[in-house]
Design a protein around this ligand. Structure first.
Ligand code: HEC
Ligand code: HEC
Length: 617
């Protein structure tokens, strides 16, 4: 059996779903519909989606440029531009959807004309690529139509013939068959994506018009727009846990281990985060940040995200495009209050707000909050040999940094007699747990007082660029420049570089990233985590805690399957699937209230584990 193609019902979507690569016009279409569903709608970004090349498209042309090359779809370009200029959302939907439908049909016409020349199949591939923008919507709302179209595409490619390799295996084209299959596609695509009149849409998505007319707007699973990235940052930050440093094993700390699992679980969120496979750890990679995280329109730059945007939860959308740089959670127990503006004194309130309001999850149980917090309070700062626990530089630090340390502690009249150290207190993890308006926030309206932000720590900061709440400063040297200019500190060039050298040493660590090698493979790391998570069943089963055991099993079984699909030791793959199945059996026993069988299956899982473990890596 081919493990790659094994489909396990209910065990899909465990890893973040990434968008497929499409042509520039299809990319522009998907991106502009996604952006058109945000509120406020980022019209300049929609314009850019069509007029600029997109890195994630297979061609480096632009959407507009490709459109102008089609016989009839090209006529819609002025209409699209007008809709964007007039900020006409429905107009954008209609003109772009019609353009994609006509482009597809134009390509089929071209393919037909090229049947004789034998080059039809290349054009056909392009047409099939455009069809992908409609495919999901059809599949989800009109299974019969979807099958019918699938057949027609198959007939088309057979009828197109092929030239074979060096004249061997050539198949003649069949123009009559081609025409008939083409007409079937034309009827469906024109009727549904280029109809005389479109229903007014509240969600911009390429659903077939006839379905919408008869069934209303069905929601289809959310997808990420082209250009998105929600996978892990590379290199992966190293996770420093307080208990581990003390030699305590996580399996001895069931509450913490359960919280660790929840931190990695999309199951605690509602849609779309949940079905996209998004978890706390997607943004806060291994307690730190994810510099590569990006969703167009929702992130203003990589590593940033607007957590209260229409995308994650329309109900909690604050109607402001206020994407923030993702903060590190290292040393979280020392860094309250929470939120970049310190608006939450309580980590519990903050965490509940993240789950329920930001990511549309159900109300977490007290146990879930307790465990998430127990886990997060174990996040430690990265070790730094050059700093004493009082935050003083060691004698072995570079000279420039030691000169910088003096500057850092020197009061400046221009800063109301404060020094950098007044707020970033070296003996208190380089923060003061207070909010200050240092002038880094542009006032939202005249007279606005909401410019105060919680002083961030400077520990580990060497690895968390860019800087400030909006990620507007690319490097630590830019931060020094900023303070120098803002407060007219009149630092000499040498003083600036000394201060920067100091910040770099304070923010440094010997081992900031997870190091993978032949022994410590990514799979081993994941597998170790998953089996640790599972170990909490040792407490949950005796407590007859069906709810939390179920949540755990859903998360871990899905992840085991997903991780197995990326492991390098192919032979051990089957074993991992077997383990996942065993875990699901535990879950099924629990769901049916048969705790005895659950205990038995769980025992079997644990017997299976030691045999598999050494091989799994
Ligand atoms: C899509 C990205 C994303 C996800 C997912 C996410 N966060 Fe965050 N997190 C952020 C951003 C951005 C901020 C800054 C928000 C602010 O200041 O309001 C933040 C801030 C925080 C803070 C405050 C840190 C501080 O020092 O003030 C905590 C704690 C936190 N998140 C925990 C969580 C937990 C727990 C989860 C999962 C339940 C989670 N986050 C999921 C992006 C994310
Ligand atoms: C009045 C308190 C205060 C003083 C004084 C102060 N800072 Fe800050 N510092 C802050 C706050 C608040 C922020 C967050 C700004 C933002 O996110 O927009 C910050 C941000 C920073 C950052 C970026 C951290 C990150 O991860 O984004 C660095 C680096 C920094 N300060 C260094 C300095 C230096 C160097 C000085 C002295 C020249 C200084 N600070 C003086 C309060 C202060």
């Amino acid at each position: 059996m081919l493990w790659c193609c094994l489909l396990i019902p209910g065990l899909t979507n465990a890893t973040p779903i990434e968008p497929v690569q499409l042509r520039a016009d299809a990319t522009a279409y998907q991106l502009s519909l996604f952006l058109g569903n945000l509120s406020p709608i980022p019209w300049p970004e929609i314009d850019a989606a069509w007029s600029r090349p997109n890195d994630s498209a297979v061609t480096d042309s632009t959407g507009y440029l490709l459109l102008t090359q089609y016989a009839t779809a090209s006529l819609l370009v002025p209409e699209i531009k007008l809709a964007i200029r007039n900020k006409d959302r429905q107009g954008l939907f209609e003109s772009t959807t019609r353009a994609m439908a006509r482009a597809l049909l134009d390509l089929l016409d071209t393919a037909q004309n090229e049947l004789q020349a034998g080059t039809a199949s290349t054009v056909l591939t392009a047409a099939r690529g455009l069809y992908r923008v409609f495919e999901e919507g059809i599949r989800n709302t009109d299974p019969a139509g979807y099958r019918e179209l699938g057949q027609a595409w198959l007939l088309l490619s057979n009828a197109a013939g092929s030239r074979g390799v060096l004249g061997v295996g050539a198949v003649d084209s069949d123009p009559a068959e081609f025409l008939s299959a083409k007409n079937r596609i034309r009827t469906y695509i024109s009727g549904n994506f280029d109809p005389a009149v479109f229903t007014r849409r509240s969600i911009l998505s390429p659903l077939p018009e006839m379905r919408v007319r008869h069934q209303g707007e069905t929601r289809i699973p959310a997808t990420l727009p082209p250009g998105s990235f929600i996978g892990d940052q590379s290199p992966l930050p190293r996770l420093v846990l307080n208990f581990e440093e003390q030699g305590i094993d996580e399996t001895q700390l069931p509450l913490v281990a359960y919280g660790d699992m929840l931190f990695d679980s999309p199951e605690i969120f509602g849609d779309p985060a949940r079905s996209l496979g998004l978890a706390c750890s997607s943004c806060h990679n291994r307690s730190d940040i994810n510099q590569d995280f990006f969703i167009p329109g929702v992130s203003h730059q990589a590593g940033a995200v607007d957590v209260d945007s229409a995308f994650f939860n329309a109900l909690a959308n604050d109607q402001r495009a206020d994407s923030l740089d993702i903060p590190s959670l290292r040393g979280l127990r020392f860094t309250g209050p929470y939120g970049r503006d310190g608006r939450f004194a309580s980590l519990r309130d903050f965490t509940r707000n993240v789950i329920v309001n930001e990511f549309a999850g159900s109300e977490p149980t007290p146990f879930m909050l307790d465990s998430l917090i127990a886990y997060m309070l174990e996040f430690d700062f990265l070790p730094n040999d050059l700093l004493s626990s009082a935050g003083r530089l060691s004698d072995t630090s570079p000279l420039a940094a030691r000169r910088g340390e003096k500057l850092f502690n020197q009061p400046f009249a221009q800063m109301n007699g404060q020094s950098c150290a007044s707020c970033h207190i070296p003996g208190a993890n380089f923060l003061d747990r207070k909010s200050h308006d240092i002038g880094s926030v542009r006032p939202a309206y005249a007279g606005s007082r909401a410019g105060a932000l919680d002083t961030p720590t400077l520990l580990g900061s060497r690895f968390t660029a860019p800087y400030f709440h909006d990620g507007s400063l690319p490097a630590l040297a830019d931060v020094v420049d900023w303070f120098d200019a803002r407060y007219s500190l009149e630092l000499s060039t040498e003083e600036q570089s000394d201060l920067t050298a100091y910040l770099e040493v304070v923010g440094d660590s010997e081992s900031p990233y997870e190091i993978f090698d032949e022994v410590n493979t990514p799979f081993k790391l994941m597998f170790g985590e998953l089996t640790t998570f599972a170990s909490t069943l040792d407490t949950l089963i005796p407590r007859r805690d069906a709810l939390h055991a179920g949540l755990l099993i859903d998360t871990v079984a899905k992840d085991l399957i997903a991780d197995a699909s990326v492991m390098s030791n192919l032979r051990a793959k089957g074993d991992i699937y077997q383990l996942a199945y065993k875990l699901r059996d535990v879950g099924q026993s629990i769901a049916s209230g048969d705790w005895q069988s659950a205990s038995l299956r769980w025992k079997e899982f644990n017997e299976l584990l030691p045999a598999i473990e050494p091989e799994a890596y």
